[in-house]
Write a protein that binds this ligand. Sequence first.
Ligand code: AHR
Length: 502
Amino acid sequence: ISAHLTIDPHFVVGPINRRLFGSFVEHLGRCVYDGIYEPEHAEADKEGFRRDVIALVKELGVSTIRYPGGNFLSGYRWEDGVGPREKRPRRLDLAWHSTETNEIGLDEFASWLEKVDSELMYAVNLGTRGVQDALDVLEYANIRSGSTFSDQRIANGAVEPYAIRMWCLGNEMDGPWQLGHGSPEEYGQLAVKTARAMRQLDSTLELVVCGSSNAQMPLFANWERVVLEATYDEVDYISCHAYYEPHDGDYASFLASAVNMDRFIDSVVATADHVKAVRGSKKTINVSFDEWNVWYHSRYAEVDRITGIDDWPVAPRLLEDAYSVADAVVVGSLLISLLRHADRVTSASLAQLVNVIAPIMTEPGGPAWRQTTFFPFALTSQLARGVTLELKLESPTYDTVLHGEVSVVDAVATHDAGTGDTAVFMVNRSLTEAVELAVDVSNLGQVAVVDARTLHDDDIHAKNTLDDPERVGLAPNTSHSIEDGRLRITLPPVSWTAVRLH
Ligand code: AHR
């Protein structure tokens, strides 16, 4: 089968914010403990952080990292995690039915972020806490000196303030599973009070208010409307979260998960703009898609969930999904969806980073390795620079149970006027057919293919595991040719491809 694409550098969707390539570290399972931090490991640096993990996080190309949760956040007391380690309390983490030792807190995490070269996106607990605690942690983080909490930070060893710009006002407050969950009216009031107070302390903050936990939530779109009606003037972003998995072996729908993400973003943007119109506001609210990934929820519900009253383990193995080739193709296509919306999605976080639904896995005392999903993220983060271009795509379609009729091929292109580079990211969702893709690149002038790589395997379930950590990777796609302003390339079934043109 064949498909056709036209690229024109004049048709710009919007600039690509580097924050689109963010990730997420939650105190959950082995993400922090036995993940980024393992003091007994041979690779540990003097602060106990694994050097091999730091190297992989840098290779992944992560811009911002959201911290410390997640559902964990809604019962978290930030002050437990600062000051002398021996005095830090052990707490019950109700979200994941675990014990939090508080060995790692804001200061240690900020220090780790410097090592991986990422920006901190910090979340305040609006589940069991509120305005005062948000102000206290903001003072601790961003005030230079001369106040109780800023001086505490200095005494704890961090002389310079952290100057954290992005702050999330709680987490998934629309979800009945969330500690402190309530109605959108209740949350909207708490969020606006917190936002106003935080801005009084630091007017330069960028604030993210909680949208829906997924587009299937019963209050979806109404939640966003009510919350934004209360908070519109005080916040900058509304969050979206979405996780995808195959249901009952329906890979046709699963491979088209980005269609759901596209519609989700379009609906949230429409809702935010509706509130803008009603208010006659000049300000535009953008989307922070600060949790997205493939996640085998069903596995968590059936296998992982801890419930016993006497069972509160430290850093248990939770949500350690092993990702397949098909999962990586979906992750690549979700990145295409995010890039396509670069004008309105200006921040996003792959959830999560290490061990917990993560692109990077570790074994205690053992190796760290790249999951299949690592590859599309790393290459997209590396190549997608400048602006997103609007494409003309002609592709055959197929029917899906979950999303209706969808196109077999999906694609996005980016263009960097500074370097003259153009990147094209493509997926072939067909389970059986290769696609012969023709791309009209004549409007780009004289260009050649600098690099073309594809993620594909005859076994769409192939994974990278502890025993076989390099089973799946990217391979050069040698099928391409350019003639008369037309790039031709073959996309194998169930595959993700990136091409760099110059
Ligand atoms: O990322 C795992 C969990 O998914 C987060 O803690 C929560 O915010 C979401 O439901």
